[in-house]
Design a protein. Sequence first.
Length: 240
Amino acid sequence: MADFISLPFYDLVHENGHVPGIREKLPPILAGVKRSILEIGAGTGLITTSLAEWTSAEIFALEPSAGMRGVLLSRLTARPELLKRVTVLPYDALSLDLDEPVEAMVMINVLYALEPGYRRRLWPVLAGRLEPGGLLVFTWRGGDAPAPHPLEKLDSHQVGRHTYSVFAEILETDAEALKCRYLYQVTQGDKVIDEEEIIGHAYRPRWETLQGELVGAGFVQADAPEGLLAWRLARGPESP
Ligand SMILES: C[S@@+](CC[C@H](N)C(=O)[O-])C[C@H]1O[C@@H](n2cnc3c(N)ncnc32)[C@H](O)[C@@H]1O
């Protein structure tokens, strides 16, 4: 699993990163979902609590990283009313094990972390755990992969006397993968207090690749705003 996350930085960077856009675009797609939602790669729960606010559905928040899950559970603990409705699943998406199929699945900013072979095996697993006609929504962006570039600052936040900064470098690219280097730095003035470097791959499947995989697993594309893809399961997993 590729992952560029530095846990202490996660909410600081993402609460005002991709999250506001997702909070704007996702509710209309989920209108009508009432029974159950599986969130794959729930992270620290930035989207999980919003899902619980937008719908009355039972939520299954799947998150393999113990660190991310710890923050998610802290977030839920601060909202006791949600503890009754959100079940946290402590494993990866291919290990999915639910008592009954869910009505909708949401996967925000997770696709990049899935190696192609893992991703291809995932769609049939999800199809097998989704109600017939159920909804699968995830983030995806088309277009060419960004070209390699040297380290550049992406973001910076003040926390008391310290500054939390994120830098990224693209080391290599090919058609469907990028090799990236992330540097997470905590500084006070010119002094570096803490630093973490993460190098790994991010995957960017092409539209034709993704479409072939999803159609092959029994999904039909539905409308979704820019940056999201929505699919409905066309048939039950046992159908010919
Ligand atoms: C960028 S975070 C996104 C978290 C959350 N969805 C959000 O939007 O804030 C990616 C998350 O996907 C999780 N993840 C990575 N590989 C996964 C897999 N194979 N199955 C499920 N989750 C995975 C990571 O642990 C991480 O929490």
